[in-house]
Write a protein that binds this ligand. Structure first.
Ligand code: HEM
Ligand SMILES: *[C@@H]1O[C@H](CO)[C@@H](O)[C@H](O)[C@H]1NC(C)=O
Ligand SMILES: *[C@@H]1O[C@H](CO)[C@@H](O)[C@H](O)[C@H]1NC(C)=O
Ligand SMILES: *[C@@H]1O[C@H](CO)[C@@H](O)[C@H](O)[C@H]1NC(C)=O
Ligand SMILES: *[C@@H]1O[C@H](CO)[C@@H](O)[C@H](O)[C@H]1NC(C)=O
Ligand SMILES: *[C@@H]1O[C@H](CO)[C@@H](O)[C@H](O)[C@H]1NC(C)=O
Ligand SMILES: *[C@@H]1O[C@H](CO)[C@@H](O)[C@H](O)[C@H]1NC(C)=O
Ligand SMILES: *[C@@H]1O[C@H](CO)[C@@H](O)[C@H](O)[C@H]1NC(C)=O
Ligand SMILES: *[C@@H]1O[C@H](CO)[C@@H](O)[C@H](O)[C@H]1NC(C)=O
Ligand SMILES: *[C@@H]1O[C@H](CO)[C@@H](O)[C@H](O)[C@H]1NC(C)=O
Ligand SMILES: *[C@@H]1O[C@H](CO)[C@@H](O)[C@H](O)[C@H]1NC(C)=O
Ligand SMILES: *[C@@H]1O[C@H](CO)[C@@H](O)[C@H](O)[C@H]1NC(C)=O
Length: 352
């Protein structure tokens, strides 16, 4: 009697809560019938751009990350300042640091020519990140698609949620695990994106001259690297000189990020923390990814897909922006697109 009541009760509880757990899934084939060339359009633009600017591949991977950690992967980072939007682009982690907004607009222009009003800016960021990894000789994966674009941005959240280069491991865990519900493997795998790209001196110069107010360099920084960085980043300089995040293969997506850490050659404090903190979990992961690039790539793919799912808008939520820097219909003179029909373009995706 009691167990029957419990069983009935459980059914009610399960049915009653199901709608709250069901959510629209992203789907790699989302644009199969509505914009089947979307991948090749993104690839063509990026192949061109990366020939004159190889760093752009790194910049675009980072842009997707900085989008996803702030109210989800909704292209909120692309919204410019207007009367109603306080842009995330001016938040300290982004200001004078993020790159690639013009390239995203270039991609969007090409896509709008082929399939107007169909592809979201948030999906462009996710696709550009994957194709950038591929073009830099990194892993490839089927990018789940069907994100829609936000109507808002949140500068405060950009300041709060994006990790800083002087983060300790505890602070990194808080940003990745506590705030985003990722795990320690995601943290270590995603940090491996620092196998390509550049960083400005200002983000690590404290390690070279006065680490943690000790008056000395960071003891976990390789002294050979320290000497070469001190030349590029003079004490009291503007801090805008650039240096490679991976001192061995700066534009190739490989596992050298992790072997660098084993030699105290991580550029940012947040990098070296993964190996020189007392956390056995991150040290073991660094050692595994260093010794097995396939293992790193498998984990990086899974973590990028996981990150790409954070807080996505789907179905009839948000909109498909016409111009990635502005929400639609703000009488800025840009053509507006009807977006209501887009929500039903694919049977697999529906809003709850
Ligand atoms: C773990 C915490 C992280 C911190 C503290 C951090 C911090 C930074 C900083 C300070 C820079 C240099 C920016 C500049 O000089 O303007 C940078 C560059 C970069 N970051 Fe991160 N990052 C983190 C995680 C990630 C993740 C998860 C990804 C992607 C999955 C990523 C991808 C990149 C890339 C590719 C660059 C080079 C960008 C370029 O050359 O334009 N980072 N990061
Ligand atoms: C998408 O198109 C590809 C190739 O045309 C086909 O193999 C695949 O079955 C299609 N998937 C869906 C979900 O429509
Ligand atoms: C790529 O560059 C070539 C040569 O400059 C040009 O013909 C082509 O239109 C460009 N494609 C894209 C997608 O930008
Ligand atoms: C949006 O702002 C960025 C600077 O943050 C600028 O480069 C870009 O041109 C702006 N976009 C438009 C369409 O004005
Ligand atoms: C619309 O966009 C324009 C930029 O093209 C901007 O100047 C204006 O403030 C925006 N209006 C609103 C209400 O957001
Ligand atoms: C930004 O996000 C925070 C935290 O979720 C929230 O309290 C705040 O109202 C948001 N601000 C805007 C402008 O949406
Ligand atoms: C992290 O999450 C992935 C799935 O998202 C899971 O396979 C893996 O076991 C988790 N790792 C840890 C250390 O919890
Ligand atoms: C910085 O110094 C404080 C105390 O002066 C210490 O507790 C902390 O562990 C140091 N941080 C690092 C990363 O060395
Ligand atoms: C950093 O970690 C390595 C490996 O455990 C160790 O050999 C080295 O002494 C550590 N350096 C510092 C300054 O803690
Ligand atoms: C940039 O680096 C060069 C050495 O490569 C150095 O001579 C110069 O002073 C640096 N400039 C700034 C502004 O730090
Ligand atoms: C410092 O880096 C060099 C290679 O860049 C390496 O040969 C050396 O072993 C490293 N030193 C330490 C203490 O890991
Ligand atoms: C490297 O990792 C891959 C993927 O997990 C695994 O299949 C392979 O056995 C590993 N190789 C070695 C030598 O451990």
């Amino acid at each position: 009697m009691n167990s029957l009541a419990t069983a009935l009760c459980s059914v009610v509880v399960v049915l009653g809560t199901l709608p709250f757990f069901s959510y629209a899934q992203l789907d790699p084939y989302f644009y199969n019938s509505t914009c089947s060339n979307v991948h090749s359009i993104v690839r063509d633009v990026l192949s061109n751009v990366s020939q004159s600017d190889p760093r752009m591949l790194a910049s675009l991977i980072r842009l997707h990350f900085h989008d996803c950690f702030v109210q989800g992967c909704d292209a909120s980072i692309l919204l410019n300042d207007t009367d109603t939007i306080v842009s995330e682009q001016s938040a300290p982690p982004n200001k004078n640091s993020i790159r690639g907004l013009d390239v995203v607009n270039q991609i969007k222009t090409e896509i709008e020519k082929a399939c107007p009003g169909i592809v979201s800016c948030a999906d462009i960021l996710a696709l550009a990140a994957e194709i950038s990894s591929d073009l830099a000789s990194g892993p490839t994966w089927d990018v789940p698609l069907g994100r829609r674009d936000s109507l808002t941005a949140n500068q405060t959240l950009a300041s709060d949620n994006l990790p800083g280069p002087s983060s300790t491991l505890d602070q990194l865990k808080s940003k990745f695990i506590t705030n985003q519900n990722l795990n320690i493997t995601d943290l270590v795998a995603l940090s491996g994106a620092h196998t390509i790209g550049r960083a400005q001196c200002k983000f690590f110069v404290d390690r070279l001259y006065n680490f943690n107010s000790t008056g000395n360099p960071d003891s976990t920084l390789n002294t050979t690297l320290l000497a070469s960085l001190q030349v590029i980043c003079p004490n009291g300089g503007t801090g805008t000189n650039l240096t490679n995040l991976d001192l061995t293969t700066p534009d190739t997506f490989d596992s050298n990020y992790y072997s660098n850490l084993q030699l105290q050659n991580g550029l940012l404090q947040s990098d070296q923390e993964l190996f020189n903190s007392t956390d056995a979990d991150t040290i073991a992961l660094v050692n595994s990814f260093s010794s097995n690039q396939t293992l790193f790539f498998e984990n990086f793919k899974a973590s990028m897909i996981k990150m790409g799912n954070l807080g996505v808008l789907t179905g009839s939520q948000g909109e498909i922006r016409t111009q990635c820097n502005f929400v639609n219909g703000n009488s800025s003179g840009l053509a507006t697109q009807a977006t209501s029909k887009d929500s039903s373009q694919h049977g697999m995706v529906s809003s709850m």
